[in-house]
Design a protein around this ligand. Structure first.
Ligand SMILES: Cc1cc2nc3c(=O)[nH]c(=O)nc-3n(C[C@H](O)[C@H](O)[C@H](O)COP(=O)(O)OP(=O)(O)OC[C@H]3O[C@@H](n4cnc5c(N)ncnc54)[C@H](O)[C@@H]3O)c2cc1C
Length: 492
């Protein structure tokens, strides 16, 4: 990471704020860390009794890692992530590399979601924050801010934070209506398995010889392949046009053969690996319109993370934006002061809203570019490598804590003025945004060259140890005669 951050010492617990967090996903736990470091009394309720190692690959971007470093869990998180310095974006059929990109610029530290979740969980416990597992929140009261637990216990707090994920119940309270998901037109098959399975295939074993990340792009489809633990664990995700109406569920089983059938004529290096995985999940990618607000009428209940703004996997920012939310909200509470929770939550929303719309949009933008890039090739034109790269460099630059401190005063004064002018009714954040609300900041040519030079160095270094897999070579009948630069016999 560009700025070397130091772990900070949590402040002494004071009686400043009592904070209830509903949901102990990555967002709720990151927020618990932020609140504990700010010196607030925090309590977390989670409906699941015991977390299993669920999910597969997830990115923790440098923007989130900067905050998590201050909150004391950098080393554990960095140790979990994929160690490859680069990722390769490839043609669907030959696997030929179209572009190499720094892995960090793509998605940050990519590791198993379950491992990251455990590391967050451990840190929150170390900080002395109680996490009540198997304790669903069943009702909210926003006037006398409190939650009701399944056994009827009512817990009061200064602020209630709904970190309860994509199917958030808290969101309904905040909005006053049920926000139904819309079909995005896409779904993913996702699988995770031991790398030793993949070593059985002579074509695919190159993918687990060391940590690697590759993306194969084709018409309306892409496959992401990731490893962890130096190739001991292997993961693939195929994003495809969605024809079935399956539930929005991270645990819906799918059929590996259905996933393989979608890509049977693709590069066998990845297709054979997919066929060797024992099971997969079928995850429908739903779309939600940006919410009009993340803050309840009284301002004492607010949303963070997926309950406020789910991200597409191609943005690689879901967990990172939830972490930024926690950091921003903790500082808004501090700067607004006790008795001003509503001003704090409205300012948090104002400071975060525009940025989050853009990070959400990066996911759609990347997917569109990957799924259409090869049209140029089919039309006889070369593909510009820059056109298929993820463009997350701008996202990583933000220090959400420093940014909140810098912008809080102006934003909160503006909100006070609006409340006074509008009969205490807040102005909705979306109504303040211009036509460029989704415009993704571009990377400067200088920075692009700088990054390209770093990538080239990484490729050279990697090749000293093991040649980079560059794609397959086929004869006139479509039969594979070798890999680019490596005859089949030598690679088998
Ligand atoms: C099982 C699972 C697997 C995932 N796998 C991946 C993956 O492989 N890759 C990826 O990029 N992203 C994955 N995600 C999503 C990713 O974790 C989130 O996008 C991101 O971390 C932000 O999380 P969040 O904390 O806002 O929401 P979530 O991670 O969804 O956490 C919400 C938490 O709130 C709890 N909760 C809900 N309602 C209540 C209630 N009434 N009372 C108490 N607790 C409640 C839920 O049990 C859950 O633990 C997964 C999410 C889940 C839940």
């Amino acid at each position: 990471m560009s700025h070397q951050e130091q772990q900070q010492v949590p402040r002494l617990k004071g009686d400043k704020f009592k904070v209830v967090i509903v949901g102990a996903g990555l967002g709720g736990l990151a927020t618990a860390m932020a609140m504990a470091y700010a010196g607030y009394e925090v309590i977390v309720y989670e409906k699941i009794r015991k977390f299993l190692r669920l999910g597969d690959s997830l990115g923790v971007g440098e923007n989130a890692l900067r905050l998590l470093t201050r909150w004391g869990c950098r080393d554990k998180l960095v140790a979990i992530g994929n160690k490859s310095p680069i990722m390769s974006i490839r043609r669907w059929d030959t696997g030929e590399i179209i572009a190499n990109q720094r892995l960090m610029d793509m998605a940050g530290y990519i590791g198993h979601r379950g491992d990251y979740h455990q590391a967050f969980f451990d840190r929150v416990e170390e900080l002395g924050v109680p996490i009540h597992m198997g304790t669903p929140v069943v009702a909210y009261n926003e006037d006398d801010p409190s939650v009701t637990l399944a056994d009827g216990t009512v817990v009061h707090a200064d602020i209630i934070i709904g970190a309860d994920g994509i199917k958030s119940q808290c969101r309904e309270l905040v909005l006053g209506y049920e926000d139904k998901p819309l079909s995005s037109g896409y779904a993913c098959y996702r699988a995770y398995c031991e790398g030793s399975r993949i070593r059985q295939d002579p074509h695919s074993k190159v993918l687990v010889e060391r940590d690697a990340m590759n993306i194969w792009i084709g018409k309306d489809l892409h496959i992401v392949q990731n490893t962890c633990k130096d190739g001991e664990e292997f993961n693939w995700i195929i994003t495809h046009l969605d024809t079935e109406d399956i539930d929005e569920n991270w645990q819906q089983p799918g059929k590996v053969e259905d996933a393989v059938a979608l890509v049977k004529d693709w590069d066998p290096t990845i297709v054979n690996a997919m066929a060797l995985t024992p099971s997969c999940l079928d995850w429908k990618i739903v779309y939600r319109q940006p919410l009009p607000t993340w803050v309840s009428k009284s301002g004492k209940i607010c949303l963070i993370g997926d309950s406020a703004h789910p991200h597409l996997p191609t943005s690689a920012q879901g967990a990172s934006q939830a972490t930024e939310d926690g950091a921003c909200l903790a500082i808004c509470l501090e700067l607004a002061g006790k008795g001003n929770v509503r001003l704090a939550t409205l300012t948090y929303e104002r400071l975060r809203y525009a940025r989050v719309l853009k990070t959400q949009k990066t996911g759609e933008d990347t997917r569109r570019r990957w799924h259409t890039a090869l049209r140029d090739l089919d039309a006889g034109k070369a593909v510009d490598p820059e056109s298929v790269k993820m463009q997350n460099d701008w996202v990583y630059a933000l220090d959400a804590e420093a940014d909140t401190r810098a912008r809080f005063h102006a934003a909160s004064e503006q909100i006070k003025k609006e409340l006074a002018e509008n009969g205490d009714k807040p102005v909705l954040p979306a109504s303040l945004l211009g036509d460029d609300r989704y415009e993704i900041p571009t990377i400067s040519p200088e920075r692009r060259d700088e990054i390209a030079a770093i990538v080239e160095e990484h490729v050279k270094d990697m090749e000293k140890v093991l040649p980079l897999y560059r794609g397959v070579v086929r004869d006139g009948n479509g039969e594979i005669t070798g890999r680019v630069g490596i005859p089949v016999a030598a690679s088998a």
